[in-house]
Design a protein around this ligand. Structure first.
Ligand code: PMP
Length: 363
């Protein structure tokens, strides 16, 4: 069996143990005589998986009954629309922090939704700055009485991450697609958080939404039933057929995180992995990090080489050494190493070794 070091930004590498477990159960799920891919989403076998996935996420985040864990479809991108549709009432303003490519999409969608006396305020905009960075809390121009404050906890493309999310009076809404369950957080502070699963949680096809239950009730009457958080909260994400197999994978991955000691423990490992890569960048004048040091992401490590031609060669030769998926997003270029929870430290060391050798021969 061949396994490469997969640095893709998402879909991304999954824990080998989880893949092997899913394979072992694939055709005959626990003696049921059918695959979970074929099982009814109303049956007992799937019901147990569905419940455990939600329970695991709630436990890892340290949340109680005030929050609902939802499994939705449409990706984090649908949440860019659902958040303002549900949480931004007539005459209200939502604050958005513009930090980069994903915040930009969230803001664009909110502006489409915000008709009828609703407003979108950009509370800070660092998106054009290079090196890329997130704003300091004091830079935010928040609206008194805002419906909510939206932040992107980790900008996957620019490689920046909030070290601590801002404290706000209004409910904090966060796109945590690329850093969910990667470090300890005080999740009770969130009004709503959402993440496509395909980076830290499992395969593509399911989006995790965690919402304070009182906020789920806010949707105006003109929001379609299927797009209301309350609909999915009341029906425990079984209002319509959920992406059962993707949720099963999320259940296995969250079990795997818990077995490794939970968020404090995976957070330590993730910090160590990122520190090794940033140390290699800082030790060299050949590689240049693209994020301001205090905004550097622990998940997506972005850097440049002296020329695009060298970057092309770097990506090609790395791939020939089974270091896959290192090309930066097409909108920004450069190199991006995505090192989510399931990415092994040995792969980070392999990349650091490759970087040294590439610099020695090409620098
Ligand atoms: N937000 C962030 C921070 C992301 O990284 C991504 C995907 N790369 C998205 C939103 C969009 O997610 P999806 O493709 O699941 O809609």
């Amino acid at each position: 069996m061949k396994r490469v070091y997969n640095f893709n930004a998402g879909p991304a590498t999954l824990p080998l143990e989880v893949l092997e477990e899913a394979r072992a159960e694939l055709v005959d799920y626990r003696g049921s005589g059918m695959s979970l891919l074929e099982a009814s989403h109303r049956g007992a076998a799937y019901e147990a998986v569905h419940e455990e996935a939600a329970t695991n996420i709630r436990a890892l985040l340290g949340l109680g009954d005030d929050h609902a864990v939802l499994f939705l479809q449409g990706g984090a991108s649908l949440q860019f629309a659902m958040v303002p549709m549900n949480l931004l009432g007539r005459g209200e303003t939502a604050d958005y922090v513009h930090t980069g490519s994903w915040a930009k999409k969230a803001i664009a969608e909110a502006r489409v939704v915000a008709t009828g006396g609703r407003a979108v305020n950009v509370a800070a905009d660092t998106s054009a700055e290079r090196p890329a960075r997130v704003p300091a809390p004091a830079e935010l121009r928040l609206t008194p009485g805002a419906a909510y404050v939206h932040v992107t906890s980790n900008e996957t493309i620019e490689g920046i991450q909030w070290k601590e999310l801002p404290h706000t009076d209004a409910p904090l809404v966060a796109d945590v697609s690329s850093d969910i369950l990667s470090r300890p957080v005080d999740a009770t502070r969130f009004g709503l958080l959402y993440a496509g699963a395909q980076k830290n949680l499992g395969p593509a096809g399911v989006t995790v939404v965690v919402i304070r239950k009182d906020l789920a009730e806010r949707a105006p009457d003109d929001v379609p039933i299927v797009l209301r958080y309350a609909t999915h909260a009341e029906k425990r994400s079984l209002y319509n057929t959920p992406p059962c197999f993707a949720i099963y994978m999320v259940m296995l991955v969250t079990r795997w995180i818990a077995a490794r000691g939970g968020l404090a423990s995976v957070g330590r490992v993730n910090r160590d992995k990122a520190a090794r890569l940033y140390a290699a960048i800082d030790a060299s004048s050949f590689y240049t990090g693209t994020a301001a040091p205090d905004s550097r992401s622990g998940m997506n490590v972005t850097f440049r080489l002296p020329s695009e031609e060298l970057e092309d060669r770097f990506v090609e030769e790395a791939a020939a050494s089974d270091l896959i998926g290192l090309r930066g997003h097409r909108s920004v270029g450069g190199i991006r190493a995505s090192i989510y929870n399931a990415f092994p430290v040995e792969g980070v060391d392999a990349l650091v070794g490759f970087m040294r050798e590439f610099e020695r021969t090409r620098g």
